[in-house]
Design a protein. Sequence first.
Length: 232
Amino acid sequence: MSQPTPIFQARNAKLFTIGQVLNELTAEFSDLTQSKLRFLEENGLVTPQRTDSGYRKFSEQDVARLRLILEMQRDRYLPLKVIRQYLSDLDEGKQPAFPGQADAPSVKTRLTTAKKITRIELIAETSITDSLIADAQSVGLIAEEPFDSNTIEIARSIMQLQRFGITPRHLRGVKAAADREIGIIQGVIAPVLGKKDSASRSRAAHFAGEIQAHFANIRNEMVIAEIAKIDD
């Protein structure tokens, strides 16, 4: 986790309110919101200072850090755990390799190069049970064997949701929503794919990834807004 800017540095540096940070970054990251900034803070990727009244104050270093985080999310589709580890290594004075295709494949790479695995390998990797696999397959969350890397991530989440009493059958709506999003994305990229050349396929994959990221952001913001009401 990153550390707050030392006080002796803060006194000599410009500080930004959360609104000023948005003004600084939204021209480049149009989907950035206060909720997303708070989400990044809650996940330990940035640690702004707090005034006596509890207001956030971001240093110039914090803003630069946020810009890097947002670029890695937007341009490389990196998950937060990869970004967090990279930043943690930087904070410790290490010189880590910048996360790239080998560390966090893009949507296109994952779809085209993912290794297929067996049921036994899926169980060994995620600890999911045969009965849970069957339940997930019955509602379309998991396809038939052999499985791909996406299935591994889905299985891991299914296992975690068991702690809250949430079973695959409770996720029918999630599957239906995903199918609708896929349908929209397919409709948008169909004209691009129709050109039938490698450049068009690459462009279509990029468009699909960008649309998916915006869908995910909208969904996350809606859920975060509702969760925030619990703590009011």
